[in-house]
Design a protein around this ligand. Structure first.
Ligand SMILES: Cc1cc2nc3c(=O)[nH]c(=O)nc-3n(C[C@H](O)[C@H](O)[C@H](O)COP(=O)(O)OP(=O)(O)OC[C@H]3O[C@@H](n4cnc5c(N)ncnc54)[C@H](O)[C@@H]3O)c2cc1C
Length: 371
């Protein structure tokens, strides 16, 4: 069976790799180099508790499921490629620096405890014991014990390699221009390098997926949300400054094994350019220094931007598209790295069996009355 995948981000590459393992012939198109979209820009937090909020319970369940799949996913990927992907099983500390923050964290704590999330309330002293570089202005913290992190760039680099080694055909710098349909089902795709036939097509084109669905009469509710990021050189400090992800409601700090300290991220709905502004970077650095003052000694060594694919409820759009043999996989917004292992297993099962998992209900395009 022939599968065409449009888009080589974490979702397209990982699904392509798994479908090759299942014996399908897979051709993946990316209009740029695969892996250099939103997935390249991501901080790599696997943050079920720190990123999700009331109303996103289905996303929480998908996230918990995915957190459990991450160790196996990493193991398979590292065995397939011989590359490491910076997966670190240290949790995330969300800190409060004001009375308002303390009240917000208390609400989060109550919400996540109802969902049985692995989360602990920390006093200021407990937080500073865990991370001695924290500012003394910290009032309290929530410790999301299993909100681990991974190096997202290393993950997509390894996935690209795993896909190629498994025999997948990768066609880069080649945009898919149109999806062609016949008798209410997908027949082939028109690309910058000609027309390709397929038995099944997976649309995993991130924030750009909407453009390909409009001519088919489906207005996919996906909008771009730009995020700017920076990295500091933590190796200038004598000691390791942080071992856990540390965050407030507007800034997060992700320490990498190589000494880089990643800071994120702006959230700019509607923007799809990748330009960097001094104001956004200065705000990130200021936000980080406020909670970890020693970071003021670390120079900024990198800055970049990426574009998140956002649906109206912040959760992914997975599964049926309204056209037979055309499957949707977009809208992973702020959590596509976290959700990837669970999303791709759902997608692979559906593409092979044609049977919709009950889990798709919460993530179907039908929830927006667009089918
Ligand atoms: C700044 C930032 C920080 C983030 N941090 C985190 C985080 O810490 N944790 C987390 O879980 N998530 C995070 N995210 C979100 C996560 O990165 C995304 O949800 C995820 O990468 C989406 O993956 P994707 O494969 O759907 O899209 P992408 O990685 O964007 O891949 C889509 C691909 O499709 C290609 N494409 C588009 N149109 C076409 C076409 N017509 N033809 C061919 N190819 C096409 C693009 O070139 C691109 O390579 C972050 C995102 C950003 C921007």
């Amino acid at each position: 069976m022939r599968l065409i995948i449009i888009g080589g981000g974490i979702i397209g590459l990982a699904t392509g790799w798994r479908m090759r393992q299942a014996g399908w012939e897979v051709t993946l198109f990316d209009k740029r180099r695969a892996g250099e979209g939103a997935s390249w820009a991501a901080a790599g937090m696997l943050a079920v508790c720190a990123e999700l909020e009331p109303g996103q319970e289905a996303g929480f369940a998908l996230g918990r499921d995915s957190q459990l799949r991450w160790p196996g996913f990493v193991r398979d990927l590292e065995i397939a490629t011989g590359q490491t992907v910076g997966y670190r099983e240290t949790g995330t500390l969300e800190v409060a620096v004001s009375d308002k923050d303390v009240a917000r964290l208390r609400d989060s704590y109550t919400f996540f405890k109802q969902l049985d999330a692995p989360m602990q309330w920390f006093t200021k002293d407990a937080a500073c014991d865990l991370e001695p570089a924290l500012s003394h202005h910290i009032q309290a913290a929530l410790f999301a014990v299993e909100d681990y992190h991974v190096d997202a760039r290393a993950v997509v680099t390894a996935l690209r390699e795993a896909f190629l080694r498994s025999g997948g055909k990768l066609i880069e710098d080649c945009a898919v221009k149109a999806l062609r349909v016949e008798d209410h089902q997908i027949s082939d795709v028109e690309t910058a390098q000609g027309v390709y036939e397929a038995d099944h097509v997976l649309l995993a084109a991130g924030w750009e997926a909407r453009d390909l669905m409009l001519p088919l009469g489906i207005d996919l509710p996906i909008t771009p949300v730009k995020g700017q990021m920076a990295a500091l050189d933590g190796s200038v400090l004598r000691d390791t400054v942080l071992t856990h992800v540390v965050r407030t409601d507007h800034t997060y700090i992700v320490p990498r094994e190589d000494g880089r300290i990643v800071l994120g991220a702006s959230s700019e709905p509607g923007a799809s350019d990748r330009t960097i502004t001094e104001e956004a970077i200065a705000e990130l650095v200021q936000g980080a220094i406020e909670i970890v003052p020693v970071l003021r000694d670390c120079p900024v060594i990198d800055r970049w931007a990426g574009v998140r694919p956002a649906s109206p409820d912040g959760m992914p759009i997975l599964g049926p598209s309204g056209w037979a043999h055309l499957t949707l996989a977009t809208g992973h917004h702020r959590n596509g790295i976290l959700w990837a292992p669970a999303s791709i297993d759902l997608l692979c099962d559906y593409i092979q069996s044609g049977v919709e998992s009950p889990l798709f209900q919460a993530f179907s395009l039908a929830r927006f009355d667009r089918l």
